[in-house]
Design a binder for this molecule. Structure first.
Ligand SMILES: *[C@@H]1O[C@H](CO)[C@@H](O)[C@H](O)[C@H]1NC(C)=O
Ligand SMILES: *[C@@H]1O[C@H](CO)[C@@H](O)[C@H](O)[C@H]1NC(C)=O
Ligand SMILES: *[C@@H]1O[C@H](CO)[C@@H](O)[C@H](O)[C@H]1NC(C)=O
Length: 600
């Protein structure tokens, strides 16, 4: 049979299709209001010319009670008779598009996304325009992935809880313990993510977890049972600040309530917090979502209500609009039957979630015709995005000690560098938690290798550093080299979601490794500390054999490049100077608790 495709035109045709897909983004079917669907395209809720308020009211008026209830949860069901597809609300973009939530996947033309430094590192730059710029880049990549059918438009980031307790495993995700810095970070990052195009949203961010949450699992108490006892003054002066700034200045489209109780009331069941403060006083223009299963948690774990229907009703009446988890889809109908909550309450919740979807353009028909509709795979992991990831790490890394001074090292005088320590050649450790898949990684060893010949020794197999078996070869390396760089600290096995620490010292035998290597080194010894939470390195501050200390936090996909640039003087680290502007002081905000405790 004759075909217009001869064997030689087929590859050319395929290539053309691929090129077109690459250019247009992989056009996804519209979420709703498909211009090809004659049954729905002329319904008022699809009319872009009408005010969003009117469109939302029209849509809610068409939904049955059963349909409404299925829209109260993160994996919202489709409403086929109205041409509306199912939607997964849960995506994450804490410091780059992440696949932690079920709404986002990597693969096909989207194998990775730019993975910026963990937030505690970026926050240490004290640079609000950097935070906003990172938000812009992340939302470009998020929109591109949405257009390609790989991601959602609703991101449950940033985490702006005050990092009050230094043992908290999730402190790394936050901008630290200073309320104003955390609030400025929140507003800046949210503006970058959401864009500043009037009422329209590029993506919808969410400031979480409201509030007073800084314990995951410590000494027999977990976050599902934690009751934070907080004074009114501390709420006002500390814990509310980042959320207030996020809502009022950042104009965030969502706030998430937490698992814990505050003064005996689960936050997701507290009308004073949700309806009163977030929506009433701060005027949230957006939706309030629960942490995942937190409505179930206050019924099942905290026994705050005696029936599940009361829990569902309490949450909705408190001001919760969306449940991450199935609880509201399962129990709301019965709660309505029992008269514990009204259909009007449910309509109020849906009005808040659907309004956000409309502001995102999800009811405007063809996605490719919309403002961000042209973003595609070529807009992810671009050279400019990757460079911003290195720059963010350079700006966030902090110089804590520089005796001599011995930094920067010189590629001429330090031609051979011993690179030692359990974090010396790590990759994914550098992106911390709530990350995705980085575009590419530059480990510290690889970064230092761009400036000098390296001799590499781990010293310990991993950060737990349970024995000294590999110390001998580490000491040998240090004896031979012109300088020694020890890259040590923590990773997700020591501090993570569900893992709080019990101490602030380096784990296992790490301290001993550092002291012994420093004593054996022929040249200057520099300590590079990777950690989200504070680590007490008083021993290294006092050790005259340790010439320099850098804190890198978790410096992102290109962290090793930034560390090397700083070690060799191609970039300046963040540092705080004392009054005479010559000497480096040790006052360092993310490590404040520990440093103050040790008399700095
Ligand atoms: C803040 O970051 C931006 C973006 O990298 C940079 O251009 C600017 O110089 C930084 N500002 C300061 C004060 O370092
Ligand atoms: C360092 O890590 C990279 C990337 O994981 C790996 O390819 C390389 O073999 C490692 N180098 C050493 C010396 O272990
Ligand atoms: C200022 O720096 C010089 C040189 O490092 C040092 O000797 C002096 O003590 C410093 N003064 C103060 C007030 O820190």
């Amino acid at each position: 049979m004759a075909s217009i495709f001869s064997p030689s035109t087929v590859p050319v045709f395929l290539l053309l299709v691929l090129v077109l897909l690459g250019r247009l983004g992989e056009a996804r079917d519209p979420f709703a209001c498909d211009p090809n669907d004659r049954a729905t395209k002329n319904l008022p809720f699809c009319k872009v010319s009408l005010p969003i308020r009117v469109r939302v009211k029209d849509l809610i008026g068409r939904l049955t009670l059963q349909e409404k209830v299925t829209l109260l949860v993160n994996n919202a069901a489709a409403v086929p008779r109205l041409g509306i597809k199912g939607y997964e609300w849960w995506s994450e973009a804490l410091h780059g598009v992440s696949n932690v939530g079920p709404g986002t996947k990597f693969g096909g033309p989207f194998p990775a996304a730019t993975s910026f430094p963990q937030v505690i590192t970026t926050a240490a730059s004290f640079n609000a325009s950097l935070w906003e710029e990172i938000g812009r880049v992340v939302s470009d990549e998020a929109r591109a992935m949405y257009n390609g059918g790989m991601a959602g438009l609703t991101y449950w980031s940033p985490n702006v809880n005050i990092f009050r307790d230094p043992r908290w495993g999730r402190g790394q995700e936050t901008p630290g313990e200073d309320p104003i810095l955390a609030g400025t970070y929140a507003a800046s990052y949210v503006r970058g993510l959401q864009g500043t195009n009037g009422n329209r949203l590029k993506v919808a961010a969410s400031c979480k977890h409201f509030t007073a949450y800084d314990l995951d699992n410590w000494n027999g108490i977990d976050r599902f049972h934690f009751n934070a006892q907080v004074s009114k003054q501390d709420i006002e002066d500390t814990f509310d600040v980042p959320f207030r700034m996020c809502v009022k200045e950042g104009k965030v489209a969502s706030v998430m309530c937490s698992y814990n109780q505050v003064n005996g009331v689960p936050t997701c069941a507290d009308p004073n917090l949700l309806k009163g403060r977030v929506r009433g006083q701060w005027r949230l223009n957006g939706y309030i979502v629960s942490d995942c299963d937190s409505v179930g948690v206050f019924y099942t774990n905290q026994h705050y209500t005696s029936t599940p229907e009361e829990a569902a009703a309490d949450a909705i009446k408190a001001g919760l609009d969306l449940d991450c988890g199935p609880f509201l889809a399962v129990h709301t109908e019965k709660a309505l039957e029992k008269g514990l909550v009204t259909e009007g309450d449910v309509n109020g919740a849906l009005a808040n979630t659907i309004t956000v979807q409309m502001r995102l353009g999800m009811f405007d028909g063809e996605a490719s015709a919309q403002p961000y509709g042209k973003l595609g795979a070529r807009d992810v992991c671009t050279a400019a995005h990757k460079e911003l990831a290195v720059e963010a790490a350079r700006q966030g890394i902090v110089l804590l000690k520089n005796r001599g001074p011995s930094l920067p090292l010189s590629p001429r005088r330090h031609q051979t560098v011993a690179v030692i320590g359990p974090n010396s050649n790590v990759t994914v450790t550098m992106i911390g938690n709530y990350a995705g898949i980085g575009c590419e990684y530059t480990s510290p060893l690889q970064g230092i290798g761009r400036y000098a010949k390296t001799i590499h020794e781990l010293g310990c197999t991993n950060v737990a550093c349970s024995n000294d078996k590999q110390f001998g070869s580490a000491l040998n390396a240090a004896r031979q080299a012109d300088a020694t760089v020890l890259v040590i600290g923590l990773d997700q096995s020591i501090e993570a979601e569900t893992v709080d620490r019990v101490g602030l010292l380096l784990p296992g035998h790490q301290q001993e490794l550092v002291s012994k290597v420093a004593a054996a080194s022929r040249g200057p010894t520099i300590l590079v500390l990777m950690s989200g939470g504070p680590v007490d390195v008083t021993f290294a501050k006092n050790d005259p054999k340790i010439a320099g200390i850098l804190w890198a936090g978790y410096p992102g996909q290109a962290g090793g490049a930034a560390i090397a640039d700083i070690l060799f003087g191609a970039a300046n680290p963040g540092m705080l100077k004392n009054k005479n502007k010559t000497k480096i002081s040790f006052v360092f905000i993310p490590l404040c608790n520990t440093l103050i405790a040790h008399g700095y």
